[in-house]
Design a protein around this ligand. Structure first.
Ligand code: 3PG
Ligand code: MG
Length: 400
């Protein structure tokens, strides 16, 4: 792993520290419905306040496109912060730069926290504008990036600002980079990847990168149908990107050349509609009836995957194996996730998962706490799986 500075390299006593967090959290009726991203930022914030710093929190929320949009204010997040940071003094500044922000920063005592208003109310944020970054830099002495989940954005608070102040990774950023590095950069072999989800069209770069890095790639979800169709197996009414057949075959060719064993489903759970309580059948993938669709991998496939994982040392997982939101089409995802969790708990597997639906799928399987690491990131996790350099990570490394 290339190096970056961490909180251990900083002397923050009496300093104002700008901490880029990702509080782009789900909200409903003005309340935070999932505070995971807030809770995961606590170790960094507590470390800094305990060490005598004033913490200024920078975050985006939604996509207001450079304008002040009332519904995208970060102010409603404040009660959730007060709850997560119990015992700390937390205040809010109605702007993230300029007179209001400077006054709020100056008034905040050491050991306290100020949440600054949504960065994306200013067009300079998404434009990675140097003047906007300089206005942010004016507020403090040191920059800490704890927002791995926004590291794929070359935005001012993620990229330009890291080049204007002494910069370090926060604990969450550090944990993400260390675990992701252990899973793909310098992994113990054999390495398995499980990739699911609806479509290959959104995951082409990811599949292309993974087949060159892992020893076994298991494909599930809707995208497995595209691969089955590409190798001449009819998939009935299943979701399938027929126009991607050539692309799927070239991914299989790349895998073969790289000695990556691609595992496709051998059996499937089929039905005529995606709904709870419908009549289902388990069939070989070679016998999918014309009028039915594949909605989950079958039990033989799940058992085979669980067994193969037993012979692996490392697992990277992105995307469910079936339509897990609608039981019984959650069975394969549950079974394989639980097998991975057991192997991890027994110390035989390093398991890393992330990206959008994956966290929900693993939560549904009841194994979120049993994987080695579950990333809080969506898009950034995917770009990292694609092998892309993330601007926010690169800036930290350049700063080290
Ligand atoms: C996320 O929620 O994935 C991150 O906060 C990034 O948000 P964005 O996709 O609006 O840049
Ligand atoms: Mg997003």
């Amino acid at each position: 792993m290339s190096s970056f500075k961490t909180l251990d390299d900083l002397d923050v006593d009496g300093k104002r520290v700008l901490v880029r967090v990702d509080f782009n959290v789900p909200m409903k009726d003005g309340r935070v419905t999932d505070a995971t991203r807030i809770e995961r930022a606590v170790p960094t914030i507590r470390h800094l306040t305990d060490a005598g710093a004033t913490v200024l929190l920078l975050s985006h929320f939604g996509r207001p496109k450079g304008k002040r949009v009332a519904e995208m204010s970060l102010q409603p997040v404040l009660p959730a912060l007060q709850q997560a940071f119990s015992g700390m003094e937390v205040s809010f500044s109605a702007d993230c730069i300029g007179a209001k922000a400077n006054a709020a920063a100056a008034a905040a005592p050491a050991g306290s926290v100020v949440l600054l208003e949504n960065l994306r109310f200013h067009a300079g944020e998404e434009a990675n504008d140097a003047h906007f970054a300089a206005s942010l830099a004016d507020l403090g002495d040191i920059y800490v990036n704890d927002a791995f989940s926004a590291a794929h954005r070359a935005h001012a608070s993620v990229e330009a600002l890291a080049r204007k102040l002494p910069a370090a990774a926060g604990r969450l950023m550090q944990a993400e980079l260390e675990h992701l590095g252990a899973a793909l950069e310098n992994p113990k072999r054999p390495v398995a990847a499980i990739v699911g989800g609806a479509k290959i069209s959104t995951k082409l770069d990811l599949l292309g990168n993974l087949v060159k890095k892992v020893d076994m790639l298991a494909i599930g979800g809707g995208m497995a149908n595209t691969f089955l169709n590409a190798v001449g197996v009819p998939v009935g009414k299943s979701l399938c990107e027929k126009d991607m057949a050539g692309t799927a075959r070239s991914i299989l060719d790349t895998a073969k050349a790289a000695n990556c064993d691609v595992v496709l489903p051998t059996d499937a759970v089929v039905a005529d509609t995606l709904a709870e309580g419908v009549e289902v059948e388990t069939v070989s993938v070679k016998q999918v009836p014309d009028n039915l669709m594949i909605l989950d991998c079958g039990p033989a496939t799940a058992e085979h995957l669980a067994k193969r994982l037993g012979a692996c040392a490392t697992l990277v997982w992105n995307g469910p194996l079936g339509c897990f939101e609608t039981p019984p089409f959650d069975a394969a995802t549950n079974q394989v996730a639980q097998a991975a969790a057991r192997l991890t708990k027994d110390g035989n597997l390093l398991s890393v998962a992330g990206g959008g639906d994956t966290v929900a799928a693993l939560g549904h399987a009841g194994v979120l706490d049993d994987f080695t690491y579950v990333s809080a990131a969506g898009g950034a996790f995917l770009e990292w799986l694609e092998g892309k350099a993330l601007p926010g990570v690169r800036a930290l490394m350049d700063a080290a």
